[in-house]
Write a protein that binds this ligand. Structure first.
Ligand SMILES: [Zn+2]
Length: 276
């Protein structure tokens, strides 16, 4: 039996990208450790809401069979054009020192004796700056810790481009979204692991529902989450019963990850974009 450490940006990311895989690994008897960088709250200091999202994360992790959950303590950086100032009590992940974050993750990898690190692809799926940072920090941490294997969670690019083209023709998307789709995920030829996790669709759906503030709140993805968490299990399995990874040689991130240049404009954090 081995130990797998899954590194994610925000609470709820663990479900959609890797929920079935984590449940499958745990069911096979592997130790699964979940590390999230951010608390999933935009535009506020920590306090009750941040704590609530981490509680939801614990509930989701319990459903998936995760043995341990760690929060690195960064704040969300948001997905809009503006990187907002840091809240008073902590740093936004995109602004954090990548080497320091990688050092902390490497410490966890070493302490757990992890055999595999699950991280994100280079685009962070769809370009969220916290997800891109997970990719950078994950690759660096695997190298520092000498973790044997690095698998980056991703989605196949070709079907995304097709779907976005359809949505655009239906005038449900803007130009910006179509451009994002062109670079989203990973070309099929570079995907190394395609997991059938339909057997764990029930776990994945329950883990998604555990993120109650996302499902019942007014956030950007609330409607999608509500629809998904109410789907009959077979339909949920059809839509979300596959997960993809691209294995990377450890050490491929030899170039140092640089902190994103500050794009702070204005000092009011009022109405920032939703986290991812
Ligand atoms: Zn996210």
């Amino acid at each position: 039996m081995g130990t797998v450490l899954a590194f994610h940006a925000h609470p709820d990311d663990e479900v959609l990208l890797t929920g079935g895989t984590l449940a499958l690994l745990a069911a096979q008897g592997h130790r699964v450790v979940l590390v999230v960088a951010c608390d999933g709250v935009m535009g506020e200091a920590t306090g009750a809401r941040g704590r609530a999202r981490l509680d939801e994360l614990e509930a989701s992790a319990a459903v998936l069979g995760v043995a341990r959950v760690v929060h690195l303590g960064y704040a969300d950086s948001g997905h809009g054009p503006v990187l907002y100032p840091d809240p008073p009590d902590r740093q936004r992940f995109a602004r954090a020192d990548a080497d320091e974050a990688a050092g902390r993750l490497a410490g966890l990898l070493r302490g757990e004796g992890a055999d595999i690190l699950l991280s994100y692809d280079r685009q962070g799926g769809y370009g969220h700056r916290d997800h891109i940072r997970v990719h950078e920090v994950g690759a660096r941490a695997a190298e520092l810790a000498g973790t044997p294997r690095l698998l980056e969670a991703t989605v196949p690019r070709e079907p995304i481009i097709r779907w976005f083209a359809v949505l655009r023709r239906l005038r449900l998307l803007r130009r910006y979204d179509a451009d994002t789709a062109r670079n989203a995920g990973t070309p099929r030829a570079e995907i190394t692991h395609r997991l059938d996790v339909r057997r764990f669709a029930r776990h994945k759906r329950a883990a998604l529902a555990a993120h109650r503030s996302q499902v019942y709140g007014g956030g950007r993805s609330a409607r999608l989450f509500r629809v998904l968490s109410r789907l009959p299990v077979p339909l949920f399995a059809l839509l979300l019963g596959r997960e993809w990874f691209a294995e990377q040689p450890v050490g491929h991130a030899a170039r140092r990850a640089q902190p994103e240049a500050d794009q702070v404009t204005g000092s009011s954090p009022g109405g920032p974009p939703a986290g991812g």
